[in-house]
Design a binder for this molecule. Structure first.
Ligand SMILES: [Zn+2]
Length: 229
């Protein structure tokens, strides 16, 4: 039996984690599960969990751990996730991680890859990001470019208000506060890898695939050894 790819991708906002997760999921033919997507889907399906989530969000509150865990549990138990999945945006807390371990017991090992990018590199990356005021396209500009226009429609490019340095640094502070315990929770495991995300998307994609293959190889060897006994 092949080893399922039960993958959790961690990484700071702006690291390109979502795109990497989508690409890896497509390539490996496993579903990419993001909490935003499954929340929307649960609400649309009108399931009992979905109705509870909708009521919570309609009241302007955040969906709590317990409900989020129940929704993830339901999603990863579906047949299309039997060969694995890529989880993006979950877990965010140690209590969610503990619950995920419990959900996964008997379903194969959890692979965790942290896409690490230094704060300064993220700030510099986001400082170059511009959004077109006309068509909404996002693009990166060179530091020395003079009032560039949108390549798609010629519209004026503007810095998003939430990409200013102080806002980005605040977002990163919140991220590190929440994620540091999560990385500590996972980092001693043999199935944990940290990759350098301060590179081109292609280089990160390659490193992510190598990390996944390496852990899968290790798990295969372990499964083989177990079967021999
Ligand atoms: Zn445009």
């Amino acid at each position: 039996m092949s080893v399922p790819i039960n993958l959790v991708v961690l990484g700071p906002p702006g690291a390109g984690k979502g795109t990497q997760a989508v690409e890896l999921a497509q390539q490996r033919r496993i579903p990419k599960i993001s909490t935003g997507d499954i929340l929307r889907e649960a609400v649309q399906s009108g399931s009992e969990l979905g109705q509870r989530a909708k009521a919570t969000m309609d009241a302007g509150r955040l969906v709590d751990d317990e409900l989020m865990i129940a929704i993830v549990r339901e999603r990863v138990s579906r047949p299309d996730a039997a060969g694995g999945f890529v989880l993006d945006g979950f877990p965010r807390t140690v209590s969610q991680a503990t619950a995920l371990d419990e959900i996964m017991s008997g379903q194969g090992a959890l692979l965790v890859v942290d896409i690490a990018v230094p704060d300064d590199a993220l700030v510099a990356r986001l400082a170059r990001r511009r959004v077109c005021g006309q068509c909404g396209d996002t693009t990166a500009v060179e530091a020395d470019a003079e009032t560039p226009r949108c390549a798609r429609c010629g519209g004026e490019l503007v810095l998003r208000s939430d990409d200013t340095e102080s806002v980005v640094r605040q977002r990163l502070r919140v991220y590190h506060e929440a994620t540091k315990p999560l990385v500590d929770y996972y980092s001693s495991r043999a199935t944990f890898r940290s990759i350098d995300g301060d590179r081109s998307p292609e280089a990160v994609r390659q490193a992510l695939n190598e990390a996944v293959d390496e852990v899968l190889g290790m798990l295969h060897a372990g499964a083989g050894a177990g079967a021999d006994r």
